[in-house]
Write a protein that binds this ligand. Structure first.
Ligand SMILES: *Cc1c(COP(=O)(O)O)cnc(C)c1O
Length: 374
């Protein structure tokens, strides 16, 4: 087996006729001849190239590319049926909360949110549950769950264990190798990495789940288009290099913010004092490129929301550009107030996704944002 940085370059297989190095974009809805491919909702060679590469990177057998991260989550939740109970991280992407509570709970599926750092609590709640859906590190509070421990509890209790691996990517963390059944990605973020597409993915090594996910993808009709598959695959080619730089910049930003008098908490698993640091070190080979922090002074909120010369105020993460996000009104606006407050999503909290710029320029821009009076 090749190393990750080789797989990201070679993964996806060969593309037949003329032996192109980049896969052709099979921009066709249907195929004649009744051979290997028939209709692009069902399967498409460009999608297969991406899916093969994703499966290799995540140490899985099968991958499915979807039209967004939420379409991927939709597919995973479609494995459930009425009467099933699902446990989720209490601190998680706002859209995941929304699809669970606003859509799937209408069909008689029950959702419970809990702090996945506390394995005692989970052990109790897992009894009789059908699925556990974890994010680690969580968005935006960067809580780290012990994936091996959760995987063994799930196996014991016959619960499907799904992990949203968007924040660390297969370069830094492979949940399937730690015992998870399913890996989910918003490929909109690091996997594509260029702020130019919305995409999602699901990877598994479980044959039965793969068969069902394949049928679900074909039935829901939310698979990724050939052109977008090509964009994500192009992103994957440079993923290992980009992750190194995202992380280098995140560490620099975390240290800078920690030393800044106007900053309160700095939340980044790469900092030794982060409560999830040692678990993250044990199960992942990196900490990612997202840093959350609080400001001490409420008058800075408006300045940060205007963004800077480099740092853009925008909702997303994982791309080449450094973005600052305000979870309260952007990514996590759909969480109930009570839940937001319990988790710590307050008016003073910001999330920074470090891009690929030179770190000196990023830090200088941050300094400017923090020295503006309003
Ligand atoms: C963005 C995000 C999603 C949703 O993905 P989309 O591609 O925006 O649909 C899901 N999970 C996490 C952790 C995310 O950051």
């Amino acid at each position: 087996m090749f190393e990750k940085d080789t797989l990201s370059v070679t993964g996806g297989g060969d593309y037949g006729c003329f032996d192109p190095i980049s896969p052709p974009i099979y921009q066709t809805s249907t195929f004649g001849g009744g051979a290997e491919y028939s209709y692009s909702r069902t399967s498409n060679p460009t999608r297969d190239a991406l899916q093969n590469c994703l499966a290799e990177l995540e140490n899985g057998q099968s991958a499915f590319a979807f039209s967004s991260g939420l379409a991927a989550i939709n597919a995973v939740l479609s494995l459930l049926k009425s009467g099933d109970r699902v446990l989720l991280s209490d601190d998680l992407y706002g859209g995941t909360y929304r699809i669970a509570v606003n859509i799937f709970s209408q069909y008689g599926i029950e959702f419970e949110f809990c702090d996945l750092q506390s394995t005692k609590e989970i052990e109790k709640r897992l009894c009789g549950a059908r699925m556990l859906l974890a994010e680690t590190p969580t968005n935006p509070m960067m809580k780290v769950a012990d994936l091996k421990r959760l995987a063994s509890l799930c196996r014991e209790k016959n619960v499907i264990f799904a992990v949203d691996n968007t924040f660390l990517t297969p370069i830094f963390q492979n949940p399937l190798s730690l015992g998870a059944d399913i890996v989910i990605h918003s490929a909109t973020k690091y996997l594509s990495g260029h702020h130019d597409t919305i995409a999602g993915a699901v990877v598994t090594s479980n044959e039965e789940l793969a068969e069902r996910l394949n049928a679900i993808s074909n039935t829901l009709g939310n698979a990724l288009s050939p052109f977008d598959c090509w964009l994500v695959l192009r992103g994957l080619r440079t993923l290992p290099l980009r992750m190194e730089r995202h992380q280098e910049n995140a560490l620099a930003a975390a240290e800078f913010l920690k030393a800044h008098p106007k900053i309160g908490r700095v939340i980044y698993p790469g900092l030794k004092e982060h409560p999830g640091h040692s678990v993250c070190c044990a199960q992942a080979s990196g900490f990612g490129g997202v840093v959350s922090f609080t400001v001490n002074d409420g008058s800075l909120i408006e300045s940060l929301k205007r963004g800077g010369r480099i740092i853009k105020f925008a909702e997303s993460l994982g791309g080449f550009r450094t973005l600052i996000t305000y979870p309260l009104t952007q990514t996590h606006a759909s969480l109930p107030k009570e839940m937001r407050e319990r988790i710590g999503i307050t008016k003073n909290l910001f999330r920074l996704s470090l891009g690929l710029e030179n770190k000196r320029d990023i830090l200088a821009d941050l300094e400017t944002l923090l020295s503006r009076s309003n």
